[in-house]
Design a protein around this ligand. Structure first.
Ligand code: CAA
Length: 384
């Protein structure tokens, strides 16, 4: 497998790096503290083409490959994981699924503005609604009901932990139409947020990625036209699983970025901070930590790139994305904790950023499938 980045990918990497430094860094601590959604940043990402980076240009996207997407995700996540999760959800969980499985009408009406991240100059992004108060890892246990009423579905239920919950214009909602069919009775429906009966719950006060916009969403007798169903009747669960396989590559790239950001900050700090008469980078205790961090991060990067290449080559990537996500997210949590340790007391205060990276890292082991779910996916592939 060949991992050298081509000229276009190197350009994306540089653009994402510049964007993170010039547009995200200065306000990132305040947005985290006050839970401010990075709207300005997302609008600028939209102008760069990063909100629909893998979508065909015919539908408003940038037409790049998955490797370009993960490279951009890594760079932005080094600085601002709240901005990168919004980008990831729009790209992987919303745009990719619509492009792969949506009808031509759905692609024109919804995918095209979503991939541009804007409609009539205003923010236009999507959200993916699978989790429920009683259905997280056990995603087939959907209580949200989409009752078939002939030419429309009547949607009732509650979804939880929805990224882009109040800022999204479009929701892709998984709901049970025929309980007797289990996971084969679930449909994926496109619901416009401003539909009558949609109620956005309070914003979650989270440990990390506090700038990202997380809400519960309620549906009270929401009428969803039949033409807004994605794919055939009963395809919704398989749709969600396939979309999540790609989503996990994006979150693995986010985790990789958090880990790499923690390493960069640790190296810089260790080169400046003096103890016992020399910069602490010359102490073996610190060098060993940095060496282990660099090694695990490089291994995570190889897994993330491999999974992106699997997807681009149309090979099965369900297992490789689960491996990339579990390894990268556990690396992020560990590396960010080491970064705090290297920084000592300074690591425990906000100005040095690493405490935020540590809080942000935790969610990468939970959303888009916990580490335990990734191990289920990997384990099942071994037993086949
Ligand atoms: N691709 C295609 N089909 C798949 C699939 C995949 N990757 N995985 C499962 N399926 C199919 C199965 O083949 C099966 O189909 P048949 O009935 O035709 O045989 C059907 O789906 C049901 O599959 P399982 O029997 O394997 O289902 P399960 O109940 O055992 O659950 C699971 C499997 C892997 C644990 C799954 O429930 C899961 O991934 N859970 C985690 C959910 C998750 O990741 N949630 C994240 C929420 S979104 C989020 O976090 C976004 C955000 O805001 C950032």
């Amino acid at each position: 497998m060949y991992f050298d980045l081509n000229e276009e990918q190197l350009m994306i990497q540089q653009a994402a790096r510049d964007f993170a430094i010039t547009e995200c860094l200065s306000g990132v601590i305040e947005r985290d503290e006050k839970m401010i959604f990075p709207k300005e940043q997302i609008l600028k990402l939209a102008d760069l083409g990063f909100m629909g980076i893998m979508v065909n240009q015919k539908y408003g996207g940038a037409g790049m490959d998955t490797l370009s997407y993960v490279i951009a995700m890594e760079e932005i996540s080094k600085v601002d994981a709240s901005t990168s999760v919004c980008m990831s959800v729009n790209n992987s969980l919303v745009c990719w699924g619509l492009e792969r499985f949506g009808s031509e009408e759905q692609k024109v009406k919804y995918l095209t503005p979503l991939a541009q991240g804007k409609k009539d100059g205003e923010l236009y992004i999507g959200a993916f609604l699978l989790s429920e108060p009683e259905a997280g890892s056990d995603a087939t246990s959907q209580s949200t009901i989409a009752e078939d009423k002939g030419d429309y579905y009547l949607l009732n239920g509650t979804k939880n932990w929805i990224t882009n919950g109040s800022t999204a214009s479009v929701y892709v909602v998984m709901a049970q139409t025929d309980r007797s069919k289990g996971s084969r009775g679930i449909n994926a429906l496109i619901v416009e947020k401003n539909s009558p009966g949609v109620v956005v719950g309070a914003k979650e006060n989270k440990m990390g990625i506090r700038g990202s916009d997380t809400h519960s969403i309620q549906f009270n007798d929401v009428k969803v036209p039949k033409e807004n169903r994605i794919g055939a009747d009963g395809f919704g669960f398989k749709y969600a699983m396939q979309v999540l396989s790609g989503g996990r590559i994006g979150i693995a790239a986010q985790a990789l970025g958090i880990a790499a950001g923690a390493l960069e900050r640790s190296i810089n700090y260790a080169k400046e901070r003096k103890a016992f008469g020399q910069e602490i980078i010359h102490h073996q205790a610190i060098q060993f930590k940095l060496a282990d961090m660099a090694t695990r991060i490089e291994a995570a990067r190889l897994l993330v790139y491999k999974s992106a290449l699997d997807k681009d080559a149309d090979r099965d990537y369900t297992t490789s994305s689960a491996m990339a996500k579990v390894f990268a997210s556990e690396t992020a949590m560990w590396a960010a904790t080491e970064a705090v340790q290297i920084h000592g007391g300074y690591g425990y205060v906000k100005e040095y950023h690493v405490e935020r990276l540590m809080r942000d890292a935790k969610i990468t082991q939970i959303y888009e499938g916990t580490s335990e779910v990734q191990r289920i996916v990997i384990g099942r592939s071994l037993s086949k």
